[in-house]
Every structure is written in structure tokens, then in C-alpha cells.
Design a protein around this ligand. Structure first.
Ligand code: NAP
Length: 239
């Protein structure tokens, strides 16, 4: 890896939004890119793509086995796939929704990381896409905040288990104009959850870039992220 250029990468959630943006920019920069999502990646140039529901851990494990066939090293792993759920009070959050958020946003990443360890894939840098909501504790983020906070801790724990040379962080990418923001800016209840007003105001401005611009900014700061404490949570706005 040099100056945000990577030879090979695995990106989860490559069918839309940030994951698709990262995939496109990596392809543009000449990388071999592997990925997974339910809908599949619309880019023809990817080296491997698995259509899998990450809440199905057995299917995810099988998809990883197939993707990793013949892969001995990856310069970059972006654990990006994520689900927002509904903006709601904790007391209104159905248990089933909370469980699904934990499964997709946190535990599916355990299946992926375990497969990398099991197959002894040499990995240069792992970033788990987290969120400011993992630490802010604002009203309404319920299961999303819980699952991203758990993801932060999970990366800290895995930092002890991957070799020293693998950089590993939970990483908040800042605001990105994706389908997730369609819900947050248009449908969710801004009266009950005033933090949403800030998102609505940022949409259409440089404070909320589109997926490919955001991807370029993220890939370009990864060398700096590499220098931070292994396992830590870092917000792009701190770098
Ligand atoms: N947008 C923002 O402002 C923002 C800010 C902070 C953090 N993030 C984080 O950035 C990441 C990407 O989100 P986004 O904004 O790009 O949203 P998005 O456009 O909704 O993309 C989410 C991606 O995750 C995949 N995914 C969701 N559930 C899945 C499942 N059960 N199995 C497999 N793949 C699944 C989706 O693929 P399929 O639907 O095809 O399965 C899609 O590719 C998420 O982790 C999110 O929490 C976003």
C-alpha cells in the first residue's frame, strides 16, 4: 500500500452507497477487489463477488471460503456492510430488530475476520466502518448505536489476535450521501430526534459528499490511520 493505493481488497456491502464507492475507486486505482452483499456488485471488473445475507452466518462463512480460494494476502479489508434500522426510542425498539442489527453490523464481521484468521490470509489493514453514533449516544439511534459501539470494542479485541503488522481500526467515515441518508433526512422523525436536523442541513453540501468522493477521502487517509493505535476507534474528522 502506498498513498492510498492498494493492490487487493475485500469490501463488504459492495452493492450500493459507500461500499460501492470504495469498490469503484479501488478498481479505478488498479486494485483486485473482492466483495459481498445481498444484491451483488454492479461493477463488472471485480475479482470476486458473493451474494449473501450477512445475517446468515453459515452462508457468510461459505461465501468467505469461496472468496478466499487462492487468496494468500489482502492489502485492505473494509468491513462496510451495515444496516441502520429505525430511528426510535430504546423502549420502542423491537428485540428482533435489535438482534438483526447486532447480527449484521457486528457479528457477521466476526465470521469474516475468523475466516481470514483461519485461512492465514496476510492482511495489511482492516477497517470496520463504524459511526459517530457509536460514541455520541444521541436520542433515537438505538440498535444502530449499540451495534456500532459493540463493533468498536470487537475491533479492539481482534487487534490482539491479528499479527502486529496488520493495522486494525473501527473508523467513522463522516456523513456520506447514500440510501441511509434518504431515510434519515426524509422519513425519520426530526421533531422527536433533533440531531436529524443537522443531517438534513448537511445534505447537498460538502459536509456530506457522495460515495465516490467519500471513498477517495477515506482511502487517502488510510496511511495516517495505519499510524494510530491498533484496535482504536478513529473518526475521519480527527485525522
Ligand atoms: N451514510 C452515512 O452517512 C454513514 C455515516 C456513518 C457510517 N456509515 C456506515 O457506512 C456503511 C455503509 O452504509 P451506506 O451509507 O453506504 O448505506 P447503504 O447504501 O444502505 O449500503 C449498505 C450496504 O450494506 C449492505 N448490507 C446491508 N445489510 C446487509 C445484509 N444483511 N447482508 C449483506 N449486505 C448487507 C447493503 O447491501 P445489500 O442491501 O445488497 O445486501 C449495502 O451494500 C454502514 O456500515 C453504515 O453504518 C454511513
Amino acid at each position: 500500500m502506498q498513498n492510498g493505493h492498494f493492490g487487493s481488497a475485500l469490501v463488504t456491502g459492495n452493492s450500493s452507497g459507500l461500499g460501492l464507492g470504495v469498490t469503484r475507486v479501488l478498481l479505478e486505482r488498479g486494485a483486485n477487489v473482492y466483495g459481498m452483499s445481498r444484491r451483488g456488485c454492479p461493477e463488472a471488473g471485480v475479482s470476486g463477488d458473493e451474494q449473501v445475507d450477512l445475517s446468515d452466518f453459515t452462508a457468510t462463512q461459505t461465501a468467505m471460503e469461496r472468496l478466499l480460494e487462492g487468496v494468500e494476502s489482502l492489502d485492505l479489508v473494509v468491513l462496510n456492510a451495515g444496516l441502520l434500522g429505525h430511528m426510535q426510542r430504546m423502549q420502542d425498539a423491537p428485540m428482533d430488530e435489535l438482534r438483526l442489527l447486532m447480527d449484521v453490523n457486528t457479528f457477521a464481521n466476526k465470521v469474516i475476520l475468523d475466516a481470514l484468521l483461519k485461512h492465514r490470509v496476510r492482511v495489511g489493514q482492516i477497517i470496520a466502518i463504524s459511526s459517530g453514533a457509536s460514541v455520541s449516544g444521541h436520542a433515537g439511534w438505538s440498535g444502530y448505536s449499540l451495534s456500532k459501539a459493540a463493533l468498536n470494542m470487537m475491533m479492539q479485541l481482534y487487534a490482539h489476535e491479528f499479527p502486529e503488522e496488520t493495522a486494525i481500526n473501527a473508523f467513522a467515515p463522516g456523513l456520506v450521501d447514500t440510501a441511509m441518508q434518504d431515510y434519515l433526512c426524509e422519513e425519520a422523525d426530526r421533531e422527536s430526534f433533533p440531531v436529524l436536523q443537522r443531517l438534513k442541513a448537511a445534505r447537498g453540501t460538502q459536509d456530506m459528499p457522495g460515495p465516490e468522493d467519500a471513498a477517495r477521502a477515506i482511502l487517502d487517509v488510510l496511511p495516517r490511520l495505519h499510524q494510530t493505535t491498533r484496535g482504536s476507534f478513529v473518526d475521519i474528522r480527527q485525522l
